[in-house]
Design a protein around this ligand. Structure first.
Ligand code: BES
Ligand code: MN
Ligand code: ZN
Length: 498
């Protein structure tokens, strides 16, 4: 994709398509006003006739508007003018780019950047535009044999600026947004692949492939024998029932000299049947998405490597398939984790925490500044927060606050849940140091409390992306979240934000 900025009047710009907006109550956006004047009132007439709706994200494509050089104008609803903020901007530009993603348009000019949007600079508006383009243009085509959905024709994206002033910042925003889009697309592709292709070994090969493209990046893959020697019996108890061998993927990106690294740990359960505590059949296919935590941290690594950020970043992916079989772990079995703590596995379906705890213990060898795990960990988090916000849990107020704030800026929203000691009491076991489940009540939090037992003394946070990493139903597919949130957090740390 090519990106640029322009300060000329939208109506006189020669591109294949303009994107302009209208607000509730019939107010025109700056771009729509320019188109209206050039066309002697076309937009206002359409508004009057009721053919244009100002509902946020509703699009109408106009063709051959007189007085406008672009052959197409997408008019997108922007909602209430006083409520038009970064979030609404992102929804509107995504809807508009979706509307033209199947057309023959090769170039588009986004005029929504001419609006006054409190709290958003040229940098963010350009970045959101590039990220929306990647989101709108992504297609899963790998496994379609004949009727492959055609790739979009879009090659060039411009944003309109009120003056030449912010062009430098906008170009930086394009660069970052493009890289975030690249990381999200990788995360979506890995997430969408079925479990007969995306096995633990496949994830390991994907990580090794990523490292081939960057001099600053190295990947190592530990096999089951090596993990056994390290004492990762909790992780190995999950892969025990599967024919697919478990792996521990360890990536090191060194762009930050002698700084202590940030470590991202991603849950890589390539399929979660529940194990002997077998899940019910309905929608079980969606448990191919149970490696979306892994996909999210690999996607973030891809973004960081592409931007060559001046930071040190490690990614650890414990990856397994959770299957029932004669060699599977039984409910009630007790294992010793790498930390030395023993775990009574009361429910083999609470397997994510069993692989994460050993990966978190492993992360200590990097003397990390910060450790963040990302996991499709609990159905309870989906009940608590729905599909809109990722759950954030941390003992550190500062770390939790900066992750939530990063989510707000990135448009990848998160919300903090508590980790009080009272919740941890639900994990009490009569036979081992802890049980791996704490009952139905506060299930997202007791899962967080379980992980907290392995992160004592670390600056650690846990992201539960069970509700946000993929969509169900007709729109079924991985979302690429939380790549934007994590990248924002890392950009802020690296001083790369303008
Ligand atoms: N991968 C699931 C969590 C999940 C379920 C995410 C549905 C998204 C949608 C996880 O391994 C799991 O099975 N968790 C159990 C924990 C329970 C046994 C304590 C759950 O949420 O039911
Ligand atoms: Mn499970
Ligand atoms: Zn799971």
């Amino acid at each position: 994709m090519q990106y640029s900025t322009t300060a000329v009047n939208p109506s006189s710009r020669s591109v294949d398509c303009l994107i302009v907006g209208i607000y509730e109550g019939g107010t025109l956006s700056s771009g729509a006003n320019d188109v209206d004047q050039a066309s002697r009132g076309k937009i206002k007439r359409l508004l009057k006739s009721g053919d244009l709706t100002p509902k946020l994200g509703q699009c109408m494509v106009l063709t051959d508007v007189t007085g406008v050089r672009a052959p197409r104008v997408v008019v997108v609803g922007l909602g209430k003018q006083n409520a038009f903020k970064a979030k609404q901007f992102q929804a509107a530009i995504l809807a508009a780019l979706r509307a033209i993603s199947g057309s023959k348009c090769k170039s588009v000019l986004n005029c929504l950047t001419l609006e006054a949007i409190t709290g958003s600079s040229e940098y963010y508006l350009a970045r959101y535009t590039a990220q929306a383009a990647a989101t709108a243009l992504y297609r899963f085509t790998q496994l379609k044999s004949d009727k492959k959905p055609a790739a979009s024709a879009l090659r060039r994206i411009e944003v309109a600026l009120p003056s030449r002033g912010g062009a430098g910042k906008a170009m930086r925003g394009f660069e970052h947004g493009d890289a975030i889009g690249f990381g999200m697309s990788l995360a979506r592709e890995l997430g969408n692949l079925p479990s007969n292709i995306c096995t633990p070994s496949y994830l390991a090969r994907s990580a090794q492939k990523l490292a081939r493209d960057s001099k600053l990046l190295q990947t190592r893959v530990l096999n089951e024998a090596e993990m056994k020697r390290l004492g990762m019996h909790s992780l190995l108890s999950v892969s025990a029932g599967s024919q697919e061998p478990g792996k521990l993927i360890v990536m090191q990106y060194k762009g930050g000299g002698r700084q202590k690294p940030v470590v991202l740990v991603g849950k890589g359960v390539t399929f979660d049947t529940g194990g002997i505590s077998l899940k019910p059949g309905a929608a079980m296919d969606e448990m191919k998405f149970d490696m979306c935590g892994a996909a999210g941290v690999l996607g973030t690594m891809a973004t960081v490597a592409r931007l060559q950020l001046p930071i040190n970043l490690n990614v650890i992916v414990p990856t397994v398939e959770n299957m029932p079989s004669g060699t599977a772990t039984n409910p009630g079995d007790i294992v010793t984790s790498m930390s030395g703590q023993t775990i009574e596995i009361l429910n083999t379906d609470a397997e994510g925490r069993l692989i994460l705890c050993d990966a978190l213990t492993y992360s200590r060898r990097f003397k990390p500044d910060t450790v963040i795990d990302v996991a499709t960990l609990t159905g309870a988090c989906v009940i608590a927060l729905g599909h809109h916000r990722t759950g954030v849990m941390s003992k550190s107020d500062a770390l939790a606050a900066s992750l939530v704030a990063a989510g707000e800026l990135a448009g990848d929203y998160a919300w903090r849940l508590p980790l009080d000691d009272e919740y941890a009491e639900q994990l009490q076991s009569n036979f081992a140091d802890m049980a791996n489940v704490g009952g139905r009540e506060g299930g997202a939090i007791t899962a967080g409390c379980f992980l907290a037992k392995f992160t004592d003394g670390l600056n650690w946070a846990h992201l539960d992306v069970a509700g946000t990493a993929w969509s169900s139903g007709k729109q079924k597919g991985a979302s690429g979240r939380p790549v934007p949130l994590l990248t924002e957090f890392l950009l802020a740390r690296s001083g790369a934000l303008p």
